[in-house]
Every structure is written in structure tokens, then in C-alpha cells.
Design a protein around this ligand. Structure first.
Ligand code: VGL
Ligand code: ZN
Length: 200
């Protein structure tokens, strides 16, 4: 069964010093680099927002980062401006080995909709194309690592399990934002979806 490694959003803005720093986000880089040779298919994702993206609190007068607002597609956490297309913050962590990536998939590039998942945008129906790529390469099993456990890794893992992949999240190679218990909720939601959590 062909297994793909999915490396989620290991970008400067999600590492210490970045605009939406995930505590310890940079600590996972050496372990991810070391596991790359073990996988026949390697996909990296990159959060890739226009400068006026709708998930940015700066687009919502009177709202602060980390508050929740209603978007046409449902509840949306508002974030500090991050991963703006072409910025340093949107680049991969400088120590992450990116040459081994077969595919780099960008998400969150539509101004009016956020995309946590590597498979669907936050309306849960607009596909990113990743499912087709993996299927045509014969991939049935996924191992997920990266940032952040409770947002992009969580949504990607749940969508992948629903699409029928056998999904394992390697928790020691992930780090969380953990807003108001979001990490515990994400772990429960992944288990409910049938995701295997390694290293919990
Ligand atoms: C992410 C919040 C906003 C993530 C991306 O990669 O988990 N979180 N954009
Ligand atoms: Zn984002």
C-alpha cells in the first residue's frame, strides 16, 4: 500500500518569531527531514494568502486576532496577517529540506475563503486537487506531520479519513496553537474520524 508523507505548513510565520508563531514550531524540522527518505510520495502544503485575506482580523474593523466571526461558510477564527504570498513569513522554514517534495500544494489563496485542510477549503466542498493527485499516484495511506496540530493538521487528517485514506498523525512531529482547548477538541475529532494518533 503506497504511503505518502504530508508535511503541513512548516513555514516561517508558524515558527517562533513568525506572525502566527506556534510554540516549538521549529523543533519538528530535524525529525521531518529525517523521515523524508522513508516515503515514496512526499507532499508539502503551504498556507498562501493574498495580503487582504478574509481570515485576517485586519480585514474586520473592530475585531481582534483570535476572535471568531461568522463567514458565509460558517464560523471563522480571525488571525493575525500571516503567510502572505511572496513574503518571508510564507516561505518554508529555512532548515526544512524541500528538494525531496514531489508536490507543493498551496491553499488559502482565495480572498474570501480560508482553507485549513489540504483537501478542501473551509466550505468543506471546494477541493484543492490533492485527492486527485494522491489517487492517481496510487496512494492509500497517509502520514501527517507539521503545523498546527489543532488547525491545518486536524482538518487535513479528518478530511483524508473521510475520503477513505488510512491516516496516521505523528504527534511528536506536530505542534499546536491551542486556543481555548482547541488541541484536546482536535485530538477527539481526529479519533472520531478514525485517524490514528501516534505518540500521544
Ligand atoms: C493555520 C491558522 C491559520 C495552520 C493556517 O497552518 O494550522 N492556522 N492558517
Ligand atoms: Zn492561514
Amino acid at each position: 500500500m503506497t504511503e505518502a508523507l504530508i508535511v503541513i505548513d512548516v513555514q516561517n510565520d508558524f515558527c517562533p518569531g513568525g506572525a502566527l508563531a506556534v510554540p516549538g514550531g521549529d523543533e519538528i524540522v530535524p525529525a521531518i527531514n529525517a523521515m523524508l527518505p522513508d516515503f515514496p510520495v512526499r507532499v508539502f502544503t503551504q498556507d498562501w494568502h493574498p495580503a487582504d485575506h478574509g481570515s485576517f482580523a485586519s480585514r474586520h474593523p473592530g475585531k481582534n486576532p483570535f476572535e471568531v466571526t461568522e463567514m458565509p461558510y460558517g464560523a471563522q477564527v480571525l488571525w493575525p496577517d500571516h503567510c502572505v504570498q511572496g513574503s518571508k513569513g510564507a516561505e518554508f522554514h529555512p532548515d526544512l529540506l524541500t528538494d525531496p517534495a514531489d508536490l507543493i500544494i498551496r491553499k488559502g489563496f482565495r480572498r474570501e475563503i480560508d482553507s485549513y485542510s489540504a483537501f478542501f477549503e473551509n466550505d468543506h466542498e471546494t477541493p484543492t486537487g490533492l485527492d486527485g493527485y494522491l489517487r492517481t499516484r496510487g496512494v492509500e495511506r497517509l502520514r501527517m506531520v507539521g503545523l498546527a496540530t489543532d488547525f491545518c493538521v486536524h482538518y487535513s487528517a479528518v478530511d483524508a479519513a473521510r475520503l477513505g485514506y488510512a491516516v496516521t498523525v505523528d504527534l511528536p512531529c506536530c505542534r499546536a496553537i491551542d486556543l481555548d482547548g482547541s488541541l484536546e477538541a482536535a485530538l477527539d475529532s481526529m479519533l472520531d474520524a478514525g485517524v490514528v494518533l501516534d505518540g500521544r
